[in-house]
Design a protein around this ligand. Structure first.
Ligand SMILES: C[S@@+](CC[C@H](N)C(=O)[O-])C[C@H]1O[C@@H](n2cnc3c(N)ncnc32)[C@H](O)[C@@H]1O
Length: 405
């Protein structure tokens, strides 16, 4: 989400021989601060020059052809990759393969380092690429040559600008591309083959493009009494949809993220699911009947999210997972069950141990009734050039069926 407090960016621009002071609303989904230094760049700017400036921390406000900016972004990405390959990447991959091959204690602490190094590399890449900026007017219209109509995608992603004060904005091309990509997902939907339907994600909502866990939710036997179920952290609403389709008469879905609630609501309406209620809540719904079944697919890596978009993936100190487990029992009806969907990637990355997870179950007064497992099918798990390949290819996603001890 954009910060509630508006931020602005200023720069000087020479128009008709005069230096004019410009001011625009600053939009950054990654919560980057407004740039302190901006230079104007266009089709004459070389990729090497742009790369040098961006690496030095200068932001580049694009004034050339819209499509050439996309080319420049790709050229910057290639330069970043080349630089990374030359320096860290080779060393990191070597360490990963060595650690995977020799699981001795001397190598054990390299894996979490590897994960953190990877995140740093990605963060640095994102900072550099996000320095290529464009300006849009109060209707999200770009004055750049050959600019497409981005107005609907930006409005859906970032909300309305204040037209009464003719509020123009400056944002990164990367954020714009994110908004355009999300608009396409939202229009076309993500097909969930095992369900025979599509789910339509919104910008800033966890898109279930990897949905190998869906068959687990279809295979797990429903508790004998299944009048009421909760879906905690519903995102697009996918798990609630599965429960409703399996015949649970009342499903209550929660999420903290308002975008997720709007998205889930739209999906429920499309699928004509009248028996799913939504609540904005930190974990559990309030004023709700006890649940016979509580499902949750929490963010799966215990690490600090670096931007609001990462809240669906990273869970600092496993706070959501632990909070979810800790309170589950008090929300369960007699003979109720908890279905926790959890990948063990965090274990392979040595960010959490299996024993820690099992201890949290015990501390929450829960015991394991059964577990269903699945292996990843997505591209990254097969890509042996990925520095985290050793961990990704060993990942197992489980449905842990828990019940009161
Ligand atoms: C990995 S996504 C899963 C989304 C969806 N259930 C699915 O399986 O596709 C995790 C979701 O949990 C939500 N979330 C994170 N912390 C939360 C909290 N404390 N309370 C409610 N929802 C939370 C995120 O906004 C996100 O939508």
């Amino acid at each position: 989400m954009l910060p509630t407090e508006k931020q602005y960016v200023q720069w000087l621009e020479n128009t008709d021989g005069n230096d004019t002071f410009h001011n625009a609303r600053w939009l950054s989904e990654s919560n980057h601060l407004p740039p302190a230094r901006i230079v104007l760049v266009d089709d004459k700017t070389t990729a090497d020059e742009a790369y040098r400036l961006a690496c030095e921390g200068t932001s580049l406000l694009w004034r050339g052809d819209f499509h050439n900016a996309k080319q420049l972004l790709q050229a910057l990405a290639r330069r970043i990759e080349r630089t990374n390959e030359r320096s860290e990447q080779r060393k990191i991959k070597k360490a990963a393969n060595k650690s995977a091959a020799e699981s001795n204690t001397a190598n054990a602490n390299k894996i979490p380092n590897l994960f953190h190094q990877q995140r740093q590399i990605q963060a640095q890449r994102s900072r550099i690429l996000s320095r290529l900026l464009l300006e849009l007017d109060a209707n999200y219209v770009s004055q750049l040559r050959r600019a497409p109509d981005v107005s609907a995608a930006c409005t859906a992603a970032f909300g309305q600008l204040d037209k009464t004060i003719d509020e123009s904005c400056v944002l990164s091309f990367r954020d714009l591309q994110g908004a355009l990509g999300a608009a396409q997902w939202r229009e076309k939907g993500v097909p969930i083959e095992s369900l025979g339907l599509s789910i339509f994600p919104h910008y800033g909502v966890f898109a279930p493009t990897r949905h190998e866990y869906v068959p687990l939710l279809l295979d797990a036997p429903l508790p004998k009494i299944h009048e009421v179920a909760y879906d905690i952290g519903t995102g697009t609403g996918l798990l609630a949809v599965i429960l409703a389709q399996r015949g649970v008469p009342q499903v209550i879905a929660t999420d903290l993220n308002p975008r997720a609630l709007a998205c889930a609501s739209e999906n429920f309406t499309r699928l004509q699911l009248a028996n799913v209620q939504l609540q904005q809540a930190d974990l559990y719904p309030t004023d709700a009947p006890l649940a016979n079944l509580i499902v949750c697919n929490p963010p799966w890596l215990p690490a600090k999210p670096s931007s609001p978009l990462e809240y669906a993936v990273y869970d600092a100190n496993s706070a959501m997972l632990r909070g979810f487990l800790q309170d589950a029992k008090t929300h369960l009806a007699k003979r109720g069950e908890v279905w926790l969907i959890l990948s063990d990637l965090a274990e392979h990355l040595q960010l959490r141990t299996r024993d820690e997870l099992l201890d949290w179950f015990v501390d929450s007064g829960l015991k394991v009734k059964y577990r269903l497992d699945t292996t990843p099918k997505h591209g990254r798990s097969q890509d042996d050039t990925d520095p985290l390949y050793a961990a990704r290819s060993a990942e197992i996603t489980s449905l842990w069926c828990l019940e009161p001890a």
